[in-house]
Design a protein around this ligand. Sequence first.
Ligand code: AMP
Length: 144
Amino acid sequence: MSETVKAILDRKGREVVTLAPQASIGEAATTLNEHRIGAIVVTGADGGIAGIFTERDLVRAVAKSGAACLSQPLSSIMTAAVQRCSEETRVNELMELMTAGRFRHLPVEHGGKLGGIVSIGDVVKSRISEVEQEAAAIKAYIAS
Ligand code: AMP
């Protein structure tokens, strides 16, 4: 069985880069670049998930409004209906959710709060190590 989101977060950590809905798209571009990430979770005053803003949204905003978009708030372009997963979600299910939803990021909700984020990169890493372990086990079995 594929590993859980909890196993991924135990390895990589639970820190999530967030911004408020009033933050500008220009600020978000700087934040994405500084942290070398592809997505920012937009949180409300209560710390709850209010939306998600990714590099894809940045491209869309620039294509639509040009440089003027940089002073517009994240709330004007972010995706407000955010799909989430839990620590119990397994990698196979992450792949299905990302493929069906055509996105590469899934915030993790834990105890009603934002408790991490998994990206397609985490999914690929997990699958590769799983396949490598299976191959090693098969080789060991054949050799025995
Ligand atoms: P991505 O592939 O993650 O860069 O996202 C592609 C599009 O899907 C962007 O418009 C994002 O705002 C949106 N998106 C990303 N992650 C999610 C998510 N977990 N739930 C809903 N929409 C998302």
